[in-house]
Design a protein around this ligand. Structure first.
Ligand code: HEC
Length: 127
């Protein structure tokens, strides 16, 4: 009995370590990108164009594939982790676990029409 409990505790610890490793990961795997796509399709697609085609259902919500024009997509991970609440008008407030943020950012990066740093002004500093 005791042995079984111990085994499941170490399984939990092992999976936490895996999540931590995924969050710190630089390279984005196809699995990570697919998970990010699923997350934004579920949570964001009511307002944003979340794929490589189409317009946003809410015209004032930026199309995700064009985010790079105004924001440093990498820097978004910070905002996402904090819930993206600040100054987003009708946007509801979310808090994603770090592994989800990593997946969403990996997906967003994968669909940007222009690579590299933002062409215009960088993302405004978060308070
Ligand atoms: C209810 C509609 C709605 C939903 C749902 C929504 N957004 Fe938005 N989002 C907006 C609007 C409108 C703007 C433009 C706000 C502005 O320009 O002030 C925006 C702006 C943004 C921006 C631009 C950054 C910024 O500071 O303006 C990002 C990034 C973003 N949304 C990400 C997301 C993500 C990720 C999700 C899903 C987790 C999501 N949004 C869900 C409506 C929405």
């Amino acid at each position: 009995m005791t042995k079984a409990v111990f085994a499941s505790v170490s399984a939990v610890v092992a999976s936490l370590l895996l999540v931590g490793a995924a969050a710190g990961q630089e390279a984005s795997s196809p699995e990570l990108i697919a998970r990010g796509k699923a997350l934004v399709s579920r949570h964001c697609a009511v307002c944003h164009a979340v794929t490589t085609t189409g317009d946003s259902p809410n015209p004032s919500a930026p199309r995700f594939r064009r985010l790079n024009e105004r924001y440093d997509v990498e820097a978004l991970s910070e905002g996402l982790a904090e819930g993206l609440a600040v100054g987003h008008g009708p946007m509801p407030e979310w808090t994603f676990p770090p592994a989800d943020v990593t997946a969403i950012v990996a997906y967003l990066k994968s669909i940007q029409e222009r690579g590299g740093p933002p062409l215009t002004t960088p993302a405004p500093p978060r308070p």
